[in-house]
Each structure stands twice: as C-alpha cells, then as structure tokens.
Write a protein that binds this ligand. Structure first.
Ligand SMILES: NC(=O)c1ccc[n+]([C@@H]2O[C@H](COP(=O)([O-])OP(=O)(O)OC[C@H]3O[C@@H](n4cnc5c(N)ncnc54)[C@H](O)[C@@H]3O)[C@@H](O)[C@H]2O)c1
Length: 268
C-alpha cells in the first residue's frame, strides 16, 4: 500500500472520541485523510482531534453530534462537505450497549441501541451518499459491526440484533449505491482492548483468560488492528470490494469449538 493512500480525501468517523473510533480516525489521518472526529461527547472529541492532529500532522476537526438525530447527521455531513469540498469516507462507529439479561430488556433499551447503532448509521450514510451523488464523486462507507451479530453472547440480545441489522443494511446499501460509485462494507471485530474493555476486565465483569481460550490467535485485538482493516476497506486497494462484512477476530468465528484432535487419529 502507498505511504499516504488517502491523501486528499476527507473522512468522518462517528463515535470517534475514544476506543475503536478514535483508532480509526488516527489511522485514517496517518494514511493522509483529513478527519472529522464526531461524537456525542464534544469535549472528548476535541481532545482526540487535537492529539490526532499533533501525532499525524493531518487536519483533524471535532464535531459534537448525536447520530440518533437525523438532522444532526445531515448537518455533520453538510458542514464537513462544504469545509473540505466533499466527504469521501464515512466510518459509522458510534454504538451503545446494554449488557442485560433478556428477561430485563426494555423497549427503551431496544430503541436506544437501534437508534444509535442502526438508524444513526443509516442517517449518516444517507446524508453522506446524497452529497457524493450531488458532486458525482466516489465514496466509501465502513460500518463497525461485531462478531456478536452471528455469534451470540449472554446479555447482548438487543446489541447483537442491532449488529445483524447493520450487516444486512451494509449489503442493501452496497447494492443500491454501487451505481453511484459508493462502496459499503463492514468490519466485525471480536473483543478489542479498548480502555472500556480493560476496565470491565479489571472490574471482574469479563474473564480475559476464559475468553482468549476461544480465540485461535490467543489474545484480544488492539484498536489499531481494527483500524487497519477500516483503512484498507476505505482505500482504493479495496476498489472491487463492496457489500462485505470482514471479521477481524483472531480466528474467533472460524473456531467451531471442537476439541483439539488427539494424536494417533490419522488415517492412512
Ligand atoms: N470494544 C470491543 O470489544 C468491540 C467489539 C466488537 C464491536 N465493537 C464495536 O466497535 C464500535 C466502537 O466500540 P468501542 O468499544 O470503541 O466503544 P466505546 O463505548 O469506547 O466508544 C463509543 C463512542 O461512541 C460515542 N457515542 C455513543 N452514542 C453516540 C451517539 N448517539 N452519537 C455519537 N456518538 C455516540 C461515545 O461517546 C463513545 O465515544 C462500536 O460500534 C462497537 O459496537 C466493539
């Protein structure tokens, strides 16, 4: 890949104040893109944008936005498009989780998770696609999904369903917008060592040793490893890839959970 494969492009990352979103914004900037760090937490977004600009020398702006509000999504895209002469890349990373037993899940939980993670991603994607179409440009959207979309986990019924919806939406939009030269893909991480996840382990909410036994590569992902896949899908290196969900999971989803084969079972 070229040193700065995204030079001259502009990228918006939602949910980018921290965690995987911040790593994506940082990696896109390092690849040469001007980035907009969009997040509900405007102060944290400002800090992240400042540290990305200092580390990469790229242009990095912050935007306070609630992606559950379509009008705010439109304003986010339109503002960035007018400032940068169009937006070329959108990474939909903002999401919320409610870790609750299904017996306790409420309609409010479902609505919040779907409003942010599915409708918010759609509202940003639609506003993004409209400005790409209007300027006859090219576009790449990368949605941040999760392996939980297809590999169930306790306490995540609504969250997993929202990620399955996001995967489905990724394929539908890829199909509809191919004629407008907009590619739409997703990255599905497994457990990723964000500060939030590290805190959950320290608090005893997750057992690292038990989880990594299930991961062939034997560890959690680093946020930068998810971001590398996002940069690839956003770049011209992936110019013939659309409608795909790429698991970045250390082999988690390839593991059928079979016991290791005992030696001596080989057939001649
Ligand atoms: N960390 C993991 O192990 C993991 C694994 C698989 C998938 N994911 C997915 O990766 C993405 C990022 O996860 P993370 O662990 O870095 O999350 P995180 O909770 O650390 O960060 C999420 C960010 O989204 C922002 N946000 C929340 N609601 C918003 C809204 N309405 N509008 C705008 N911004 C909003 C938050 O302020 C926060 O900065 C999510 O889509 C998540 O589902 C994470």
């Amino acid at each position: 890949m070229k040193d700065k494969p995204l030079a001259g492009r502009t990228a918006i990352v939602t949910g980018a104040a921290q965690g995987i979103g911040a790593a994506c914004a940082q990696a896109l900037a390092a690849a040469g893109a001007a980035v907009v760090v969009a997040d509900l937490n405007g102060d944290a977004a400002q800090q992240t944008a400042a540290s990305i600009a200092a580390a990469t020398g790229a242009s990095a702006f912050a935007a306070a936005v609630d992606v559950a509000d379509a009008a705010q999504c439109r304003a986010l895209i339109d503002d960035a498009a007018s400032r940068h002469n169009g937006v070329d890349i959108l990474v939909n990373c903002a999401a919320v989780v409610a870790m609750k037993p299904a017996l306790d899940l409420t309609l409010d939980d479902w609505q919040r998770i779907f409003s942010v993670g599915v409708y918010g991603a759609f509202a940003c994607a639609q506003a993004f696609a409209r400005q790409v179409v209007a300027r006859h440009g090219n576009g790449a959207i990368v949605n941040i999904s999760s392996i939980t979309a297809h590999h169930s986990a306790h306490g995540r019924t609504a969250y997993a369903a929202s990620k399955a919806a996001l995967d489905s939406m990724t394929r539908s939009l890829a199909l509809e917008w191919a004629e407008h030269r907009i590619r739409v893909n997703a990255v599905a991480p497994s457990h990723t060592a964000t500060d939030r996840l590290k805190q959950a382990i320290q608090a005893g909410q997750l057992e690292y040793d038990t989880i990594v036994q299930r991961i062939p590569l034997g560890r959690f992902a680093e946020p930068a490893e998810i971001a590398d896949a996002v940069v690839f899908l956003a770049s011209d290196q992936a110019r013939f890839i659309t409608g795909q969900v790429l698991a970045v999971d250390g082999g988690y989803t390839a593991n059928g959970g079979w016991l290791p084969m005992k030696t001596g079972m080989e057939r001649g």
